[in-house]
Design a protein around this ligand. Structure first.
Ligand code: ADP
Ligand code: MG
Ligand code: MG
Length: 886
C-alpha cells in the first residue's frame, strides 16, 4: 500500500493529469510507467512543485516533513529495486532531475549516478565486472554534481578533461581507460575542493539533499528567471524534482542513449527521427561532446531495441494524440524510456502533423487545430533564399530550424540584443549555445553554431522561437575571443561582416542572397481552409495601398478593416500639396489647396476599390494631428538662421525663401501642441476644418462611382470617423458624409455605411448614444489602450515597460496582448451598449491586437464580428480565430 503523502509521489501514483503538481517530466514519466509497464521505465519518485513553492516561501528552508517523506520514498524505491543507496558492495544509483510544468531549458541540468563514492565505485566495479564503466560513472557524477549542484565552472571541467586526454593521446571520452578515468575523478575532486572549499561529499544522503536543494534553487536562478520572462511563465509555479533509479547507457557497445521523435521534428514527415550514441549516458547526446548517429542506424546495431522503440513511439503518439519527443537509454540491449513530451516543432512540422493526424484518424479537425500554435506560424511567412540565386557555399551545417536569415555577424547575445535595439539585422554565431544566450536568439535574425545537432540547445531554442538556425557547421572555426570565423580555404569573416544562413537546408554563405517570401505548402492551405470553416470571427487586413490590399486578399483577408488615409499624404508628390493645405491662410485658400489633393486621393481610392471588389473596405478619415505633415520647428529655425546669415553676407539674396520659411514657422508654432496625441486630431479636425473631411468623402464617393462604372463592381464601402468622444461629434460628421453622398445619388445603408472608431474611454461609456449615429463600430484598441491606461504608446517601451515586466506589475505589454481586465472590459461594455441601441451593429477591431492570438481569443468570446490586422498576420489570425472556436 502506498502511504498518504503530501510532498512526494511515487511514479506509480502519478499521471499526466497531475502536471501542475508533478511537473511535466514527472507527470509523463508516471504516465509512461502506467501505459508501457514498469520494466520500461526506471522507478522513482517526484517531489512536488508545491514543496518547491513552500521552500521558496520559507526563504530557502525545506518544509517540515519533506525530509521524512523523501526518506520514506527512498526506502520504498530501495525495496522495489533490491539495492540500497550508499551500499558499498552493490549501490543503488539515482538521477536527480528537475521538471517544471512547462519544460524550461533555463533550469538546472540533471545529476546522474548519484550515490557513488570512493567505496561504492569499487563495489559497482566488482558487482558488474566492469571497472571502466564504474569509474566512468563516478567521474561523471563528480563532474556533474560539481558543476550543476555546486557551480564548478564548465570551462575548468572542460580544461581538465582536455588536459587529461592530451596526456593519454585520447580524442574521445570513450578512448579513456580505467586508469585515466580514475585519474580524471581524482582531478575533478581536487577541482571541487578548490572551488567549494569542501571535500567532495561521500555520504549519499548528503549528496541527495544538496541536489534536491540545488534543483529548488535553480528555479530562482538568473537563467530560469530570464527564460520565464520571455516565455511568460509565472514565477509562482515552482519546479518538481524527480529522483529516479539509474539505468546505464555507458556499459559498452550493447548500451547507449538517445533522443527520438515520433515524427521528423523539422519537417513533420511521418517518419520517426532522432539521434543516439553507443556507450554513452544521456547528457553526451545533447552536449555535442561526440557526434551522434542517426536513429535509423540503431536498426542495424540493435534491431530488437530499435523495433521496440518504434512501437513505443506509436503507442505514445496514440495515447497523447500528439507528436512525441522522447529520451531513452538502452542498457545491455534493454530499452528504457526516460522522458516523453509533446514535441515542440517548427510551424511547417506543426501544420504537416495536423493534416496527417486527421488523415490517419489520430485526431479530428478541432483537435488537430489545437495542436498548432498560431503565433509560431509566423515562420511559414518568413523569407527563404531566392531559389534562382546562385549561391557560393561557405560551409554547410545541420538544418536545425527552418527559414532563411541574413545579417551582420555577432558573437555574443549581448551584442545581438544591442544590435536589435538599434534596428540592425544580425546573425548570432557561436560554437554552441547555452541558456544564457537565449536573449540573443530573440534579438537575432538567425543562429549559427559549429557544434551540436538537431537536438542541441541552439536547435531546440531556435525552433521554439521560430528563428532560422543552422547547427554543427563543423568546418567553421568560430573564435569568439578573436572575433572571427575561420572557414575552409583560408576565408575569414569578422564581426560585423555579413553572413546568410538557410535553416531549411543547412547552407551558409557570405553572398548577399536575395530573400524571398515563403511558398505555402498544400498542407498549410488545407489547415487554413479548415480554419475558415470552423471560425466565426471574420478576419480583415489593415491596408492603405492596392499592393497591400492584394497581398491581404492572397493571405485570405475578407476585406479591409482599416485604411489609413493619412498614409496617402506621405508620398513625395503629395507632401508639398498637403503642406500647402495646412499652411493655407483661411478657408478659401485651404479649399483651393484641397482641390489639388482631391484627384490624387481619388486615384488612390480607385486602385484600392478595384483590388477589393465585392468585399468590405473601411476607410478612416484623416486622423493624425496636422503638424505631423509639417517640418519640425527646430529644422525650420535652423534653416532660417542659415539663410539669414548667408543673406546678410551676400546682401539681401534669398529674401523670398526667408519669407516662406517665416510663414511656415508661424504655422508650425500655431499648430504645436504639448500633447499632440490628445490634441487636435481625429474627428476634431473634421469639426474644425470640415473642408478636409469633405474633400476626402467626395474623393471616396467619386472613386466608387468611377470604379463601378469602369468594372461594374465596387467594394462594400464603410466610412469611419476616428476618435469620437461625444455623440454630437458623430452626428455632425455623419451629416457631412451623407450630404456628399446624396449629392451623388448614393444612399447610406445601400451604397455605403458610416461608423466610428471606439478608441476613447468616454466613447465606451456612451456607446449606446453614439450607436444612434453609427452603422458600425471599430475598436481602435491601440488608442484605447493608450487612453485607458494613460500609457503613451510611443514612450512606454523605452521608459518603464522593462521595469514593470521585471517587477511583475505587468506580465506582457498591453500594446501586444489586450489588457483584458481593463481595456477588454471596456470593449465588452461598449459592444453590449452599442448593440442595446442597434441589435445588428457591426463590431470590428482594428488595433495591433487584431493579429495577436490571445487577444483574438478574447474578441471571439466578446461577440466581435471581425478583427483586422496587418496582411502578414492574416493567416495567423485565421488560425487563432478557429482555435478560439474549436
Ligand atoms: P533535461 O530536462 O535537461 O532533458 P533530464 O532530466 O531529462 O534533463 O536528463 C537528461 C538525460 O539524462 C536524460 O535524457 C537521460 O539520458 C539521462 N538520465 C536522466 N535520468 C536517468 C536515469 N534514471 N537513468 C539513465 N539516464 C538518465
Ligand atoms: Mg530530458
Ligand atoms: Mg486611433
Amino acid at each position: 500500500a502506498v502511504p498518504d503523502t503530501t510532498f512526494v509521489y511515487d511514479f506509480a501514483q502519478g499521471s499526466r493529469e497531475r502536471r501542475d503538481l508533478l511537473g511535466g517530466k514527472g507527470a509523463n514519466v508516471a504516465e509512461m510507467t502506467r501505459i508501457l509497464g514498469a520494466d520500461r521505465v526506471p522507478a522513482g519518485f517526484t517531489i512536488t512543485t508545491e514543496a518547491c513553492v513552500a521552500y521558496m516561501e520559507a526563504d530557502r528552508t525545506e518544509p517540515d516533513g519533506l525530509a521524512a517523506e523523501v526518506a520514506g520514498a527512498l526506502a520504498r524505491l530501495e525495496t522495489h529495486v533490491g539495492k540500497r543507496l550508499g551500499d558499498d558492495a552493490d549501490p543503488l544509483l539515482v538521477s536527480v532531475r528537475s521538471g517544471a510544468r512547462e519544460s524550461m531549458p533555463g533550469m538546472m541540468d540533471t545529476v546522474l549516478n548519484l550515490g557513488l563514492n570512493d567505496r561504492s565505485v569499487e563495489g559497482l566495479a566488482a558487482k558488474t565486472g566492469n571497472a571502466r564503466f564504474a569509474w566512468d560513472s563516478y567521474r561523471r557524477f563528480v563532474q556533474m554534481f560539481g558543476n550543476v549542484v555546486r557551480g564548478v565552472p564548465s570551462e575548468r571541467i572542460e580544461a581538465t578533461i582536455r588536459a587529461l586526454k592530451g596526456e593519454h593521446g585520447a580524442t574521445l571520452d570513450t578512448d579513456l581507460d580505467v586508469d585515466a578515468l580514475r585519474e580524471l575523478t581524482a582531478r575533478f575532486k581536487t577541482l571541487f575542493e578548490e572551488h567549494t572549499g569542501e571535500p567532495f561529499p561521500q555520504e549519499p544522503g548528503e549528496q541527495l539533499r544538496q541536489s534536491i536543494r540545488a534543483v529548488f534553487d535553480s528555479w530562482m536562478g538568473e537563467r530560469a528567471i530570464h527564460y520565464r520572462r520571455i516565455n511568460r511563465i509565472p514565477d509562482a509555479w515552482g519546479t518538481a524534482v524527480n529522483v529516479q533509479q539509474m539505468v546505464f547507457g555507458n556499459k559498452g557497445d550493447t548500451s547507449g542513449s538517445g533522443v527520438a521523435f515520433s515524427r521528423d521534428e523539422v519537417t513533420g514527415e511521418p517518419e520517426p527521427s532522432g539521434d543516439f550514441l553507443q556507450n554513452a549516458q544521456g547528457e553526451d547526446v545533447v552536449s555535442g561532446v561526440r557526434n551522434t548517429r542517426d536513429i535509423a542506424e540503431l536498426a542495424e546495431i540493435m534491431p530488437a531495441a530499435h523495433a521496440e522503440l518504434m512501437e513505443i513511439l506509436r503507442t505514445l503518439e496514440r495515447h497523447y494524440g500528439d507528436m512525441q519527443d522522447t529520451e531513452f537509454t538502452i542498457e545491455e540491449g534493454h530499452l528504457y524510456m526516460l522522458q516523453t513530451r509533446n514535441a515542440k516543432r517548427p510551424a511547417q512540422a506543426a501544420v504537416r502533423f495536423a493534416v496527417d493526424a486527421v488523415h490517419e484518424g489520430l485526431l479530428d479537425r478541432d483537435g488537430a487545430l489545437l495542436t498548432i500554435d498560431a503565433s509560431a506560424l509566423d515562420a511559414l511567412l518568413h523569407p527563404t533564399f531566392d531559389p534562382s540565386a546562385e549561391i557560393h557555399q561557405l560551409a554547410r551545417g545541420v538544418a536545425a530550424s527552418p527559414g532563411a536569415a541574413k545579417g551582420a555577424v555577432v558573437f555574443t547575445a549581448d551584442e545581438a540584443v544591442a544590435a536589435a535595439a538599434e534596428g540592425r539585422a544580425v546573425v548570432l554565431v557561436r560554437p554552441f549555445t547555452e541558456a544564457e544566450d537565449v536573449a540573443g536568439f530573440h534579438a537575432a535574425k538567425g543562429i549559427l553554431t559549429s557544434e551540436g545537432g538537431k537536438a542541441s540547445h541552439a536547435a531546440l531554442v531556435a525552433r521554439g522561437m521560430g528563428r532560422p538556425c543552422v547547427c554543427g557547421a563543423s568546418t567553421l572555426e568560430i573564435d569568439v575571443e578573436g572575433g572571427e570565423i575561420r572557414a575552409p580555404g583560408g576565408v575569414v569573416i569578422r564581426a560585423g561582416e555579413q553572413i546568410a544562413i538557410n535553416g531549411s537546408t543547412g547552407l551558409i554563405t557570405t553572398d548577399d542572397v536575395p530573400l524571398v517570401e515563403a511558398e505555402w505548402s498544400e498542407q498549410f492551405e488545407t489547415v487554413l481552409e479548415w480554419c475558415d470553416e470552423l471560425r466565426t470571427l471574420g478576419v480583415r487586413a489593415n491596408a492603405d495601398t492596392p499592393q497591400d490590399a492584394r497581398r491581404a486578399r492572397e493571405f485570405g483577408a475578407e476585406g479591409i478593416g482599416l485604411c489609413r488615409t493619412e498614409h496617402m499624404f506621405m508620398a513625395a508628390d503629395r507632401q508639398p500639396k498637403m503642406r500647402a493645405m495646412i499652411l493655407a491662410d483661411g478657408e478659401e485658400e485651404r479649399r483651393a489647396a484641397l482641390e489639388q489633393l482631391r484627384p490624387l486621393q481619388q486615384e488612390d481610392f480607385e486602385g484600392l476599390f478595384e483590388a477589393m471588389a465585392g468585399v468590405p473596405v473601411c476607410i478612416r478619415l484623416l486622423d493624425p494631428p496636422l503638424h505631423e505633415f509639417l517640418p519640425q520647428r527646430h529644422e525650420v529655425e535652423a534653416e532660417l538662421a542659415d539663410l539669414r546669415s548667408a543673406g546678410a553676407a551676400e546682401g539681401g539674396a534669398g529674401g523670398g525663401k526667408i519669407a516662406e520659411l517665416e510663414r511656415t514657422l508661424v504655422r508650425v508654432k500655431t499648430l504645436e501642441e504639448v500633447n499632440p496625441m490628445l490634441g487636435t486630431r481625429g474627428c476634431r479636425l473634421g469639426i474644425l476644418f470640415p473642408e478636409i473631411y469633405e474633400m476626402q468623402v467626395v474623393a471616396i464617393f467619386d472613386a466608387v462611382l468611377a470604379v463601378r462604372e469602369r468594372t461594374g463592381k465596387a467594394p462594400l464601402l464603410e466610412v469611419m470617423i476616428p476618435l469620437v468622444d461625444y455623440e454630437t461629434e458623430l452626428e455632425i460628421l455623419r451629416e457631412l458624409v451623407l450630404d456628399a453622398a446624396t449629392a451623388r445619388g448614393l444612399t447610406v445603408g445601400e451604397d455605403f455605411l458610416v461608423g466610428t472608431m471606439i478608441e476613447l474611454p468616454r466613447a465606451c461609456f456612451q456607446a449606446d448614444n453614439i450607436a444612434h449615429h453609427a452603422d458600425f463600430f471599430s475598436f481602435g484598441t491601440n488608442d484605447l489602450t493608450q487612453t485607458a491606461l494613460g500609457f503613451s504608446r510611443d514612450d512606454v517601451e523605452s521608459k518603464f515597460m522593462g521595469v514593470y515586466l521585471d517587477r511583475k506589475i505587468l506580465d506582457r505589454s498591453p500594446f501586444e496582448t489586450l489588457d483584458t481586465p481593463g481595456v477588454g472590459q471596456m470593449v465588452r461594455m461598449a459592444a453590449w451598449l452599442g448593440r442595446k441601441t442597434k441589435h445588428q451593429l457591426k463590431l470590428g477591431v482594428c488595433g495591433e491586437h487584431g493579429g495577436d492570438p490571445d487577444s483574438i481569443d478574447f474578441f471571439h468570446h466578446s461577440g466581435i464580428d471581425y478583427v483586422s490586422c496587418s496582411p502578414f498576420r492574416v493567416p495567423i489570425a485565421r488560425v487563432a480565430a478557429a482555435r478560439a472556436a474549436a
